[in-house]
Every structure is written in structure tokens, then in C-alpha cells.
Design a protein around this ligand. Structure first.
Ligand SMILES: NC(=O)c1ccc[n+]([C@@H]2O[C@H](COP(=O)([O-])OP(=O)(O)OC[C@H]3O[C@@H](n4cnc5c(N)ncnc54)[C@H](OP(=O)(O)O)[C@@H]3O)[C@@H](O)[C@H]2O)c1
Length: 272
């Protein structure tokens, strides 16, 4: 796998999955712009880890719900790096900013979800393109099941927003194909050391047990490094002919059939 990129921006790169992506790209010597919303200390700690890998970069505060702040973010990237080879759209607001059921969610929370995903991506890709040489890479981090299922009611705004994000990925893939810039989406399964850390411990344990029991066939949660690996694949020279695609990095989670009890689906229980 060949990564020739020199500069990347990872929104929400300060912690969780974004940090896993930033560190994986830093392993390949890529300098990273690490954006965050509130937690400057986490962003600085991630930058230290980037430097420990022999790469460099900077931290930058910006709210991706505010288009002017996205523009300011890219101005800073231009001033620091000059060019941008990789843009990873990863930031997602705190659960409290969008987590309400379909029949009662307020428009403020619905807008917060849509703005942080679809509108932010629209604004950011257009800004990124101006700094990108031909052959650049754009990757959106989504949660594809959220947009497909009609069951997880409090997720309605983020589900709708991630669906819109995935659609934008395909439009931008076509728009930027003449320049050899690829635009793809990575959909993680449930990942440890991420937003999960903000949930109550009994809830985390329930989620962990659920996936370890076989609903994720690889019987573990993902790690930020797993998602960093998937992003690095899309950033490789060899992935230059792949665009507009959505890849699940989920240990097989998306392959299980929720309509059939797990005991029947587990291969070790099937008759020989
Ligand atoms: N965790 C999972 O299991 C999972 C599964 C599937 C998909 N995903 C997707 O993966 C991505 C990362 O998830 P995560 O769980 O790693 O996130 P996380 O740990 O909650 O971290 C969120 C990051 O986004 C930043 N952020 C929050 N609101 C922002 C805003 N309005 N503007 C700019 N930055 C903002 C945070 O900065 P501060 O720390 O400064 O607030 C932080 O760096 C998201 O797109 C999520 O939907 C996650």
C-alpha cells in the first residue's frame, strides 16, 4: 500500500475515531490538522501522539455547524500547509445535540444533526477542493445502519443526516472525478474508546455484550485504529480507481439478520 500524501485534515480528530484516523495517517508520515470543538487539551494530546510518530501538524478549533467557521478552518489549513491531500469529514456533535425520538424532536436538534453532517460536508468539500492537488482523497465517516433502519427512534435526526451525507458522497465523487479526487464513505460498526465513553457504564456493557455474543461476527467492538486502517486504504495510491463507495468497517456486524434469533445464525449451531 503506497501513501504519498503529505497533508491531511481530520475534523473531530482530537479524540475517538478521529484520533485513530489521525494517528494512522501520521504512521505514514502525513502531517495532520486536528480540528476540535471544545476540548483543546485532547486535541493537543493527539498532536503530541502525531509528533511521537515522526509526523507534525497543528490543532484548530472550529464548529462545523457554522459555515463561516469551516471557511476559517480551511484558511488556516492553507496558511499552515499550503495544500491539502486528504480531507476526512469525521466530526459529530455530542449525543445531546440531536438525540430525540421521531415524534418529538425539535427543529433545533434536527438542524444541528443535518448541519453537522450534510451541510458541513457540502461547505467543507468545496473548500477542500480549492487546496487539493489532482488525485486527492475525501472520506466521510458515516453510520450507514442509522439511515436504513426505522427502529432506533432517538437516532432519527442523525440517521437522516448520515443518509444525506452518504448521498452527497456520491454526487461529489462524480463532480471531482475529472480531477482524480476520490470521495468515499467509511461506516464503522460500534467502536470502543469513542462516543461510547460518554454513555453510562451499564449501557456500554450491554452494547459490548451484544456484539461479543455474535451480533458482530468477529465478536469484539471495533477500535479507532480499525477505522484508521480503513481510511488509510482509501488514501492509498492503489485505491485511485475507487470512488463514490461506502465501505462498512464493522467486523461483519452489517451482515447479521436482525429478524432471525442469533442462536439460529451462529455457524457452530448448524447441523453438520
Ligand atoms: N463511535 C462509534 O461507535 C461510531 C460508529 C459509527 C460511526 N461513528 C461516526 O464516527 C465519527 C466519530 O465518532 P466518535 O464516536 O469517535 O466521536 P466522539 O468520540 O464523540 O468525538 C467527536 C469529535 O467531534 C468533535 N466535535 C463535536 N461536535 C463538533 C462540532 N459541532 N464541530 C466540530 N467538531 C465537533 C469533538 O470535539 P470536542 O472533543 O472538542 O468536543 C470530537 O473531536 C462520527 O461521525 C460518528 O457518527 C461512530
Amino acid at each position: 500500500m503506497t501513501l504519498t500524501a503529505r497533508h491531511a485534515l481530520v475534523t473531530g480528530g482530537s479524540r475517538g475515531i478521529g484520533r485513530g484516523i489521525a494517528l494512522k495517517l501520521a504512521d505514514h508520515g502525513i502531517h495532520i490538522a486536528i480540528s476540535y470543538l471544545k476540548d483543546e487539551a485532547a486535541a493537543k494530546a493527539t498532536l503530541e501522539q502525531v509528533r511521537a510518530r515522526g509526523a507534525d501538524g497543528f490543532t484548530v478549533q472550529a464548529d462545523v455547524c457554522q459555515p463561516q467557521q469551516i471557511e476559517r478552518l480551511f484558511t488556516r489549513v492553507r496558511d499552515e500547509f499550503g495544500t491539502l491531500d486528504i480531507f476526512v469529514n469525521n466530526a459529530r456533535g455530542e449525543i445531546g445535540t440531536f438525540y430525540e425520538p421521531a415524534m418529538s424532536i425539535g427543529l433545533d436538534k434536527f438542524d444541528a444533526a443535518m448541519n453537522s453532517q450534510a451541510r458541513a460536508f457540502l461547505v467543507a468539500v468545496r473548500a477542500a477542493e480549492k487546496l487539493m492537488p489532482d488525485g486527492g482523497r475525501i472520506i466521510a465517516i458515516t453510520y450507514a445502519p442509522g439511515g436504513r433502519f426505522g427502529g432506533w427512534q432517538p437516532w432519527v435526526a442523525m440517521g437522516a443526516a448520515k443518509s444525506a451525507l452518504e448521498t452527497l458522497v456520491r454526487y461529489f465523487a462524480v463532480a471531482l472525478a475529472p480531477r482524480g479526487i476520490t470521495v468515499n464513505a467509511v461506516s464503522p460498526g460500534w467502536v470502543d474508546d469513542s462516543v461510547l465513553k460518554t454513555l453510562p457504564e451499564p449501557v456500554v456493557q450491554m452494547i459490548r455484550d451484544h456484539h461479543h455474543s455474535g451480533w458482530t461476527p468477529m465478536r469484539r467492538l471495533g477500535t479507532p485504529a480499525d477505522i484508521g486502517n480503513a481510511v488509510a486504504l482509501f488514501c492509498s495510491k492503489e485505491a485511485g480507481w475507487i470512488t463514490g463507495q461506502l465501505v462498512a468497517a464493522d467486523g461483519g456486524m452489517g451482515l447479521m439478520d436482525a429478524a432471525i434469533p442469533l442462536a439460529i445464525q451462529q455457524p457452530e449451531l448448524q447441523p453438520a
